[in-house]
Design a protein around this ligand. Structure first.
Ligand SMILES: [Ca+2]
Ligand SMILES: [Ca+2]
Ligand SMILES: [Ca+2]
Length: 665
């Protein structure tokens, strides 16, 4: 009885098995292929031929490390596929000579680049690799977009002074850098005073520190430039070493001012096809201030060798961009060589990756791994990680490109001197904050460039450029200033705190309405940008106040305002009683304050000079403050505020109070 049953069961088993065997040739191989493709991190669109990045399992990684890294990996299955592809090289993406333990934790030792014949079918090769048990992920080496930038060189002698206002530093072209301080006189339609990053006020507190290193991931930075060279980070061992030798044994030959990840070796900027993009970007972060020469950088110091330092991580050369593994290695290099700010004006084409999970696919691509590593790097004692800033992209789309859009990075959109979105800027999804990126415009049939961002160009030149690429380094520079200011004041910031400071130290935009005429002809419908330019326009002074923990009170220039101090304390709804009805003569003089008067918690005054001042108000919090007379149970306390007087701050007509947030500052 039992035996029969068993027999039947066995027969049934055989029957089932034979059915499966009949179909294995078609469906089986198709499903194997589908399974293999699930290991793809991205699509082959715009991928470099003859190159794939693979993430192997741990056992294979160990085997690869112990064997000679060459065409023969020592892993039989991998070798078989490699031979079939005509593989030339299998090499680790990351440099395990430095910080190996931390890299192993992130699985960085498991990423390899396989170089093979450019004639091989890339997708077939990827499928063959992905079908191996040893390989957990396969990534196509997407080529990054080379920024299409047009630099318009300016003649320092001819670039005449247009502003009468006193400049904080003696650099002759600083007055033309409207993006730092805009008084509305730049030759641009509807140029708006205050459409800038409010840098002059920030410079009164800090101009940078040499121990803050900003890595510029871009074209090679021309470190010889007269107005940048003193602010370049120098690897002394290589600078005093032997050409062609890795003097400091960090895995990179001749990395004096950074490293060339496209061609290997020294930084270059003179190849045909180079645009000067990386040099221009670096100049905005750290051109040397107060040296009587050229322009200024956001964190370029005060002329005493005290600017932040630049490392060049070259991923574009002669108009050709590196693939993803070289770019990931460039980010790793920045982390391993002291950078705490990663400045990135590059990306993949907008729309190529559509969401965060697409970018993080399979818990991360090779470049996302590198970013995570950078964010963990503690290269400055006053910041517990590394901050990454990206240009949002110039496709004019309602989404930032990747990697910029990734939620762990800060993406920067661009405004023009009119304080409005530029015609090219990406906006909306993935865009976190705005900064001046400049814009061309047409006047009388010719192009006027004054609305662009002014910085340096290789060959001791100076030039105007536009783009989110130009907006981004303003934010990187301000992040560097914030770290500097924290260091000056003994404050240690966490990475989330610094990211919050960067995206919240802004002036909210007034509602955008109507149409704006644009350079390329036609108009842009401004309403579609409402609430989509990130949190607002970044403000350097506010960022420093945020580091300090001081509340900012924006005040319009030359207009009487009524400030209710209780609005700026706590949630603005508390019960307080002012114990102070004066501010110092020094502050009154600095801000040109007239008709000053306190009425309860309300301060009425007119400020006639632009600038900022710190004031401390004493008050009683809680208790029976209402109705005056005896105070019962309140706590005497005090709070510091920053009064910021600027043109263009909007005042509520009903109450006479500055609109904050939502007011233009
Ligand atoms: Ca070296
Ligand atoms: Ca050397
Ligand atoms: Ca200068």
């Amino acid at each position: 009885m039992n035996r029969t049953k068993l027999f039947i069961l066995a027969l049934a088993g055989i029957f089932t098995m034979s059915c499966a065997t009949d179909n294995v040739d078609q469906a089986g191989s198709a499903s194997a292929e589908t399974a293999a493709m699930r290991k793809f991190v991205n699509t082959p669109e715009k991928a470099v031929q003859g190159e794939l990045v693979i993430y192997v399992n741990d056992a294979t990684a160990q085997q690869l490390e112990t064997s000679e890294v060459a065409t023969r990996s020592g892993v039989t299955a991998l070798d078989a596929v490699a031979v079939e592809l005509g593989a030339e090289q299998l090499k680790p993406v990351f440099n395990l000579k430095v910080n190996a333990d931390r890299k192993r934790e992130l699985g960085m030792h498991r990423w390899y680049t396989l170089l093979f014949s450019k004639d091989a079918d890339l997708e077939a090769a990827a499928t063959a690799l992905a079908s191996l048990d040893e390989v957990e992920r396969v990534q196509f080496s997407t080529r990054i977009e080379v920024p299409k930038t047009e630099a318009v060189e300016v003649d320092p002698a001819m670039f005449a002074a247009t502003r009468s206002a006193e400049m904080p530093f003696d650099d002759p072209m600083l007055q033309n850098q409207w993006h730092y301080n805009n008084d509305g006189t730049v030759d641009f339609p509807n140029a708006k005073a205050g459409a800038d990053v409010n840098l002059f006020e920030a410079w009164k507190l800090t101009t940078g520190r040499p121990d803050v290193i900003v890595a510029v991931v871009d074209e090679g930075v021309c470190h010889e430039h007269e107005d940048l060279n003193p602010n370049m980070h120098v690897n002394e061992a290589e600078a005093n070493g032997v050409d062609g030798v890795d003097d400091d044994q960090n895995g990179y030959v001749d990395d004096i001012y950074g490293y060339n990840f496209v061609n290997g070796g020294k930084i270059t900027w003179k190849r045909s096809g180079d645009s000067g993009h990386g040099t221009h970007v670096a100049g905005t972060v750290a051109a040397v201030n107060n040296n009587g020469t050229g322009v200024c950088g956001v964190a370029g110091g005060s002329g005493n060798g005290d600017g932040v330092r630049i490392i060049s991580c070259q991923i574009i050369s002669g108009g050709t961009a590196a693939g993803v593994s070289a770019t990931a290695a460039a980010v790793e290099y920045a982390a391993d060589n002291g950078a705490c700010v990663l400045q990135n004006s590059w990306g993949f084409g907008a729309g190529q990756i559509s969401n965060d999970s697409g970018f993080e696919n399979g818990s991360t691509s090779v470049e996302a791994t590198a970013f995570l590593y950078f964010m963990q790097a503690k290269n400055h004692p006053n910041l517990d990680g590394g901050i990454i800033i990206f240009a949002a992209g110039n496709d004019g789309k309602a989404v930032a490109g990747y990697p910029a859009a990734w939620n762990k990075l800060i993406a920067v959109s661009a405004i023009a001197p009119d304080g409005l979105p530029t015609y090219y800027t990406c906006y909306d999804r993935g865009c976190n904050v705005s900064a001046p990126g400049g814009e061309y415009y047409r006047k009388g049939g010719s192009t006027v460039e004054d609305g662009c961002v002014l910085s340096i160009l290789p060959g001791n030149k100076y030039a105007l450029m536009q783009g989110t690429s130009m907006a981004c380094p303003h934010v990187s520079g301000i992040a560097a200033l914030a770290i500097s200011y924290a260091a000056d004041n003994g404050i240690v910031l966490t990475l989330p705190e610094l990211k919050d400071i960067v995206v919240s130290s802004v002036t909210a935009f007034e509602p955008f309405t109507g149409q704006k005429e644009i350079y390329e002809g036609g108009t842009m419908n401004l309403a579609s940008y409402n609430n989509k330019m990130g949190t607002g326009l970044i403000d350097a002074f506010r960022a420093l106040m945020a580091v300090r923990g001081t509340v900012c009170i924006p005040i319009p220039l030359g207009e009487q305002v009524i400030l209710d101090i209780s609005n700026y304390i706590g949630n603005g709804k508390g019960s307080i009683k002012m114990l102070q009805s004066e501010i110092s003569d020094e502050v009154k003089e600095k801000l040109g304050i007239t008709d000053f008067k306190f009425m309860g918690t309300k301060l009425v005054m007119t400020c006639t000079k632009p600038g900022s001042a710190l004031v401390t108000f004493k008050y009683v919090a809680g208790g029976s403050a209402v109705g005056g007379g005896q105070i019962t149970g309140g706590m005497e306390t005090q709070q510091e505020f920053a009064l910021i007087v600027r043109p263009g701050v909007k005042v509520d007509e009903g109450t006479g109070s500055p609109l904050n947030p939502g007011g233009w500052l």
